[in-house]
Design a protein around this ligand. Structure first.
Ligand code: SAM
Length: 328
């Protein structure tokens, strides 16, 4: 598929995709009226901010993520890092191929800065992607070149789509950061059509609880994002060499490195020191800032998939996360 560089993104009266959006109150259609979407029946309105419709209050529990992803708009994008880390993660975890995704409707939940949005758009799927935070603007700035991207700011708990309207469902790194993980997991499936495929990941309990961030988070999650970021930006680069040295110890290295509360991506073979430092600052902040973090056990995930009647389910653990995939 050829992707045009000047493609319009988001809600624009010149492109018709806003016709798939529904009013959150009465589920009927929406019209674009100047800088708003207006419900044709109950007159509810939703602002359009820099070309992106917003279905949540601007101020919400995802503010820290909005701050983080706008500070690090490019850091984790493969097109910026030059290393296909995100591509390999999506394709390996999901087992999907570009051929089967091309032209299909895919819903990406909680897209952050869009490292996986980029990979999904490159397959030629029609990607509808949302996040509760202002990270959608970072995603738009990086991935707005894709004409097959539909981007909005919304919450997983209350989405403006018809049920069963997507062929694929994708969600990485999100549901453990929601206030009701079971509710988030189950709600997403309403939008997947019967027979559609899904791939979701979630931090794995109990292993994820053995991490030093859990000692610090009760304090750090209360600090204003810009202040916490300034602290992390100063300390993470100082702690990183020690963490790197410990992780190089044969056998026990990865366990030893956990004693130092700094994100260390030694396993990713990133290109240069600057990029390694950027990833470290970003992910150390990402550990410490979220309002919610609730890793889940395999048994609990298994039970939820059974309660939803999902088929061909596999749950595999990979580096501290459970990857759940299957068919609705
Ligand atoms: C750790 S980030 C992961 C972002 C992206 N999926 C990635 O892996 O790079 C978690 C994201 O989930 C979003 N999020 C949390 N709760 C959400 C909700 N209820 N609805 C939509 N997005 C949510 C946050 O704003 C944040 O961008």
């Amino acid at each position: 598929m050829t992707l045009s560089k000047q493609a319009p993104l988001g809600i624009d009266p010149r492109i018709p995709w806003h016709s798939v959006l529904r009013c959150l109150s009465c589920r009927t259609g929406l019209r674009v009226v100047r800088e708003e979407l207006v419900c044709e029946v109950c007159a509810a309105t939703y602002p359009i901010d820099r070309g992106i419709a917003r279905f949540v209050p601007e101020d919400n529990y995802g503010n820290g993520f909005g701050y983080q992803w706008n500070r690090h708009r490019l850091t984790q994008l493969d097109s910026f890092s030059g290393v296909p880390v995100s591509h390999e993660r999506v394709m390996k975890a999901s087992g999907w191929t570009a051929e089967e995704l091309r032209g299909k409707n895919l819903l990406e939940c909680g897209s952050g800065a869009g490292r996986f949005t980029e990979v999904l758009c490159e397959t030629g799927a029609v990607v509808t992607s949302f996040d509760i935070s202002s990270a959608v603007h970072a995603n738009a700035a990086s991935n707005g070149r894709f004409p097959n991207l539909r981007l909005l700011q919304a919450s997983i708990y209350d989405l403006p789509f018809d049920e069963e309207s997507f062929d694929f469902l994708f969600c990485f790194g999100v549901i453990q950061h929601t206030p009701d993980v079971e509710g988030a997991f189950k709600t997403m499936f309403r939008y997947l059509r019967p027979g559609g495929s899904f791939c979701i990941d979630v931090y794995a309990a109990p292993i994820a609880y053995l991490h030093p961030r859990h000692l610090l988070r009760p304090l750090t999650k209360r600090i204003d994002p810009s202040r916490l970021y300034a602290i992390v930006e100063k300390t993470a680069p100082k702690l990183l060499p020690l963490s790197m040295a410990l992780s190089a110890v044969p056998g026990v290295g990865p366990c030893l490195a956990r004693l130092v509360p700094v994100a260390n991506h030694r396993h990713l073979n990133l290109r240069n020191k600057k990029i390694i430092r950027e990833w470290s600052v970003l992910d150390t902040f990402d550990w410490l800032a979220p309002r919610y973090e609730r890793p889940q056990t395999r048994q609990r995930l298994q039970r939820w998939t059974e309660e939803l009647g999902l088929r061909e389910v596999s749950i595999e653990r990979h580096r501290g996360v459970h990857v759940i995939r299957g068919i609705k």
